[in-house]
Design a protein around this ligand. Structure first.
Ligand SMILES: C[S@@+](CC[C@H](N)C(=O)[O-])C[C@H]1O[C@@H](n2cnc3c(N)ncnc32)[C@H](O)[C@@H]1O
Length: 287
């Protein structure tokens, strides 16, 4: 190899190394500022939904559909209460969205029942390696930081009058709730197939006739994915890449939803919806 050739290789390696170093430093500084914002919100009594302890979870582009479903359903009521059940609340992002929708579209007449165990739920031992976000989420759950932030967020949003937290696993809590009680049930707890399928079964009983069953994280439906790969990962991995489409998806959610409804459901950017009728399930149009 000529001297100039090896010199230029060495130079480009140095440039690359310093670029990565600068990027790392920039990220650290950004995180430090975010940490200050998080602490500031805790001390000054403001809700916090940002990247620290992965507090923000409800995807921005799914929120308009979540609001729309409440608006449409509430418009059919004649002054009655609108009762929402949420399985999986984390730091309160989606719970606050539901509560605000009840305030806006039904004059605050109704409530949001939040069921969450607020303790570690992902079996990291089963995985080859957990993603940094998953590890951060699990650490935050161990120290009860997420439950405390949930309480802080609903109180400082002045919505704790209509948001009711039930701390416990969905299996434990849902059996204590009365049949046909809810107008809408949102399933966003554990993504493991065996949990999702049980949550869906429980919601069938808890929803009133004409009620809405919906959930998060349906990036791909069962007929779209490589089912064999999804089956192998449905109770192990949270999110994987589908070999057929190349897209990332939650195998437990995809298989449970596909099996429960026996086919395709209405889905908007990963937010899926179905209506309970006395003969089965109906599609819902939110377009
Ligand atoms: C994806 S997060 C929910 C995000 C939330 N809906 C939001 O938009 O901010 C999943 C939540 O499900 C909860 N969870 C996991 N397994 C559960 C179980 N078996 N029963 C109840 N909650 C569970 C976790 O504690 C976590 O808070």
């Amino acid at each position: 190899m000529s001297k100039t050739n090896s010199d230029s290789k060495c130079r480009s390696r140095k440039v690359r190394r310093s670029w990565f170093k600068t990027r790392r430093i920039k990220k650290k500084i950004q995180y430090l500022f975010e940490l200050i914002r998080y602490k500031g919100c805790l001390y000054t009594g403001k809700p916090y939904f940002g990247p620290v302890i992965a507090a923000a979870q409800a995807w921005k582009y799914r929120k308009p559909y979540m609001n729309k479903i409440v608006e449409l359903e509430v418009s059919k009521l004649k002054g009655e209460r609108y009762e929402i059940l949420e399985i999986g609340s984390w730091a309160g992002d989606s719970a606050i969205l539901w509560a605000n929708a009840i305030k806006k579209f039904n004059n605050g007449n109704g409530s949001v029942t939040c069921v969450d165990q607020w303790k570690p739920y992902i079996d990291l031992g089963k995985r080859d390696k957990a993603s940094p976000v998953i590890s951060r989420m699990e650490k935050a759950l161990v120290k009860e930081r997420i439950f405390n932030l949930f309480l802080h967020n609903i109180a400082t949003s002045k919505l704790n009058d209509i948001i009711r937290p039930y701390k416990g696993s969905s299996d434990e809590v849902l059996i204590t709730l009365r049949d046909n009680r809810f107008n809408l049930a949102f399933v966003d707890g554990s993504h493991a197939y065996s949990h999702v399928i049980r949550d869906l079964e429980n919601c069938r009983r808890l929803l009133c006739d004409g009620g809405i069953l919906c959930g998060d994280d349906l990036e791909l439906q069962k007929h779209e994915v490589d089912v064999k790969v999804a089956e192998e990962n449905k109770d192990i991995e949270d999110c994987i890449q589908d070999p057929k489409t190349g897209e990332y998806f939650h195998p437990g959610v995809t298989l449970a939803v596909g099996e429960f409804f026996g086919g395709e459901v209405s889905c908007f950017e990963g937010f899926w919806v179905a209506r309970k009728t006395n003969s089965g399930w109906q599609r819902v149009n939110l377009a």
